[in-house]
Design a protein around this ligand. Structure first.
Ligand code: TMP
Ligand code: ASP
Length: 236
């Protein structure tokens, strides 16, 4: 597979074309941002951790029947993925109150919900990713009602799979963000990444935060948290 032009550079990843129009190469960076890019930094080694962890989890999900963009891990930071048109929705699943749920609704962090909360945001940095509901998403033609229903059911199944994998590693899955995309033939598949950048992971015994909140909130030991998550899930 030949790597060709850089076609997109996001806050945490670069995307390259390949000689196959159906595939792209994603390259994970060490750059970290928070608060719509207002806060910037570097988390050394993050790119490699996120690449490998995301690939591991996507392969596990695919074994459970969730279609994903994962194709082949090329090296520490680069992965061959199926090309999709990203649906500009951020799908957030929450099991425990934290982050924006707590600040928006004025509740403490750590309240365990009876059932998961699925939330949609419009992926648009200029507008600060506003929260929206199904009707808004359909009105804005971001996705059809049928697609939104499918996304919701995938998101809940993904939550169950991830919770199980993580609990075996002594990690509580607090919440996470997903993005889906559409292939040229119109099928909906999981895209983007599943990593400490996009999830909240708490140590099940101590409650210690092992995710990007350490960077967002200046908690220190940021690199260590990413490496600890890698060790727990990939054993190295
Ligand atoms: P929130 O509580 O800030 O809304 O975050 C919910 C989850 O989504 C959390 O696991 C972190 C993740 N997330 C992203 O992946 N990207 C983002 O831009 C934001 C704000 C959150
Ligand atoms: N990725 C987001 C940004 O910079 C924020 C976050 O993950 O908190 O803007």
């Amino acid at each position: 597979m030949e790597k060709r032009d850089l076609i997109y550079e996001g806050k945490a990843k670069k995307v390259y074309a390949t000689d196959d129009p159906a595939n792209l190469i994603v390259c994970y960076k060490d750059d970290a941002t928070a608060f719509d890019g207002m806060k910037k930094g570097i988390i050394c080694g993050k790119g490699a951790v996120n690449n490998r962890m995301s690939n591991y989890l996507m392969q596990k999900l695919s074994e459970k029947g969730i279609p994903t963009h994962f194709f082949e891990e090329l090296n520490d930071r680069e992965t061959l993925v199926r090309k999709v048109a990203i649906i500009p929705l951020e799908i957030i699943v929450r099991n425990i109150s934290a982050g924006h749920f707590s600040s928006r609704y004025g509740v403490e962090e750590g309240i365990v919900f009876d059932t998961p909360v699925v939330e949609f945001s419009y992926k648009n940095d200029e507008l600060h990713d506003p929260l929206l509901n199904d009707d808004h998403a359909v009105a804005l033609k971001l996705a059809s009602r049928k697609e939104i229903e499918l996304i919701r059911s995938y998101a809940l199944r993904i939550n169950e799979c991830l919770k199980e994998i993580l609990s075996e590693a002594g990690i509580t899955l607090v919440d996470f963000k997903l993005e889906f995309g559409k292939t040229d033939d119109g099928s909906l598949i999981l895209a983007d990444e599943i990593s400490p950048d996009t999830c909240r992971f708490w140590d099940s015994m101590t409650g210690e935060k092992l995710d990007k909140d350490r960077f967002r909130r200046d908690l220190g030991n940021v690199e260590d948290a990413y490496l600890e998550m890698q060790r727990r899930l990939l054993g190295e």
